[in-house]
Design a protein around this ligand. Structure first.
Ligand code: ZN
Length: 312
């Protein structure tokens, strides 16, 4: 008799257990997740630098370091070399946060000279040329990787007008319509660096060069207790990031952590995950966080988290 009861009990337990297991693994109804209201961080909002009327080639364009190297081509006449060095010294005197130094290695700015006079109009000669030659677009910033200055003439002024004019082109400035501004398209010996240029460079190079990981795109859905998602993470900052991760959590509790690897400045990484098991089928809010442990110092930390909720 006792054995009969025990047998029945076992059968009952087995049935219950398999029913529960079945329910546990049963894929439920498909539910699309959407970003919780007001939660998508404005990742691409570039710094708050006010450019006013100062003409620039691109906004938020800079080198990713403040000590900028240059090299002067062997073939440059000594007078050109001297005046160019004066130009570098004069600009770094005005802008406290940046400095220039000569290097034997691969320079940030290559200075070359050409003996040919280049005529652009009947009586106008180009004294020089300058500009960034390699830029990485990192959304919030344009990162200058390389610049070039080409000097065509022997210096005519005591003050390094042409040299600073070309150097400012490398740093991203365009021509000014003010004839007294050193960035006016025709050079004159009494032109100088205007205060707006000093202020802008000061502000731009006072920003600490850091990476900035940002969730740029996220699509997610659940089916019962399983989550599928596709996320794009972009480094919109000035520096490459170290190894990073994306953590999926619900109610602040970690569900799973995914490696994102290191992301270079200006680069994007995408991650696609399927059947990530949630705590329960009614997880109504799921958080996606980059660098949840906060091991990476970033320009902005506010664009690392997105909370998704079940669409109603
Ligand atoms: Zn120019």
């Amino acid at each position: 008799m006792v054995w009969k009861w025990i047998g029945l009990l076992l059968v009952f337990l087995l049935v219950t257990l398999s029913a529960l297991t079945f329910q546990y693994y049963l894929p439920g109804e498909f539910r699309e997740l959407r970003v919780a209201p007001g939660e998508f961080p404005a990742g691409k909002e570039a710094g708050s630098i006010d450019y006013g009327k100062t003409p620039v080639l691109y906004r938020n364009l800079r080198f990713d370091h403040n000590r900028i190297s240059y090299s002067l081509e062997e073939t440059c006449p000594a007078v050109n070399k001297e005046k160019m060095i004066e130009g570098f010294a004069e600009l770094s005197n005005k802008i406290n946060v940046i400095s220039f130094y000569e290097t034997e290695g691969e320079p940030d700015i290559q200075v070359s000279c050409s003996e040919e006079d280049i005529e652009i109009e009947s009586n106008l000669f180009v004294a020089g040329e300058g500009g960034p030659t390699k830029i990485i677009n990192a959304s919030a910033f344009g990162i200058i990787k390389q610049g070039k200055i080409l000097l065509y003439e022997e210096p005519r002024c005591d003050y390094p007008v042409v040299e600073i004019h070309e150097l400012l082109h490398v740093l991203g400035f365009d021509h000014s319509t003010n004839p007294n501004n050193i960035l006016f398209n025709v050079s004159r010996c009494d032109q100088r660096v205007t205060s707006d240029i000093v202020r802008l460079l000061d502000e731009l190079y006072s920003i600490e060069a850091l990476p900035d990981l940002s969730i740029e795109d996220l699509v997610a859905s659940t089916k019962g207790r399983y989550l599928d998602f596709n996320v794009t993470v972009e480094n919109i900052g000035l520096m490459d990031s170290s190894e990073s991760s994306l953590t999926v959590s619900s109610g602040g509790k970690e569900i799973h952590k995914f490696d994102l690897g290191a992301i270079k400045a200006g680069a994007k990484g995408t991650l696609k995950a399927q059947n990530v098991k949630l705590f329960s089928s009614d997880s109504s809010s799921i958080e996606f966080t980059i660098d949840r442990e906060n091991t990476i110092r970033e320009l902005k930390e506010g664009n690392n988290l997105i909370r998704m909720i079940v669409s109603s």
